[in-house]
Design a protein around this ligand. Structure first.
Ligand code: ADP
Length: 191
């Protein structure tokens, strides 16, 4: 590995962000930090954070930015994240992206790459159906998924222009099998 990897993995619901982030985390030996996974773990363990966020998650709405950013920065300051990290599901809107920039600057850190996983709508719909059958996530109800996809289109997708302008965005065709997509990402980030 040539440099300390600080990656963001972006893309619509069902495109495979979690699976690819997990693979990259294994390959590079750095933590996969999924905001959705952290929220769900807190809900399952009935922590104060879990109680605060469960109604947003059930509806597919965004958890308030200050709660989410504080949670992410707490996680990024843990010892295992000092060698690098992969952010999956954050930032999801302009405020979170600005919060992250501020945190990076304060901590003297820089993003390595922003990976945008891209797939046709039909492929995404099929993958979501498969996930519903296999994982049984309580927020994978049709209304909550529709809300999350709408928020993605309205608030998250526009962030890709920002990262493109910064020269960080790597758009990857995510329609192939898991291994092909992982290889394409590794090639794009040059590690
Ligand atoms: P998906 O990619 O299918 O939307 P996630 O596991 O990434 O699933 O997110 C599940 C839920 O967790 C979201 O619908 C939202 O309520 C909450 N969440 C995750 N990341 C964020 C974030 N960055 N900001 C606000 N809420 C978030």
């Amino acid at each position: 590995m040539k440099e300390k990897m600080r990656l963001i993995v972006m893309g619509p619901q069902g495109v495979g962000k979690g699976v690819q982030s997990e693979e990259l985390a294994r390959i590079y030996g750095i933590p996969h930090i999924s905001t959705g996974d952290i929220f769900r773990k807190n809900i399952a363990e009935k922590t104060d954070l879990g109680k605060r966020v469960s109604s947003y998650i059930e509806k597919g709405e965004l958890v308030p930015d200050e709660v989410t950013s504080a949670m992410v920065f707490e996680r990024l300051s843990q010892p295992d994240a000092q060698k690098g990290w992969i952010l999956d599901g954050y930032p999801r809107n302009a405020k979170q992206s600005a919060d992250l920039d501020e945190w990076l600057q304060k901590n003297g850190e820089e993003l390595s790459s922003v990976i945008l996983l891209d797939a046709d709508g039909d492929v995404i719909a099929q993958r979501i159906q498969k996930r519903i059958r296999e994982e049984g996530r309580s927020d994978d109800k049709p209304e909550a998924i529709a809300e999350r996809l709408a928020i993605y289109a309205r608030e998250t997708k526009p962030l890709t222009d920002y990262y493109l302008q910064k020269g960080l965005l790597k758009k990857i065709n995510a329609e192939g099998d898991v291994e092909q997509v992982t290889e394409a990402i590794q090639e794009a980030i040059g590690n």
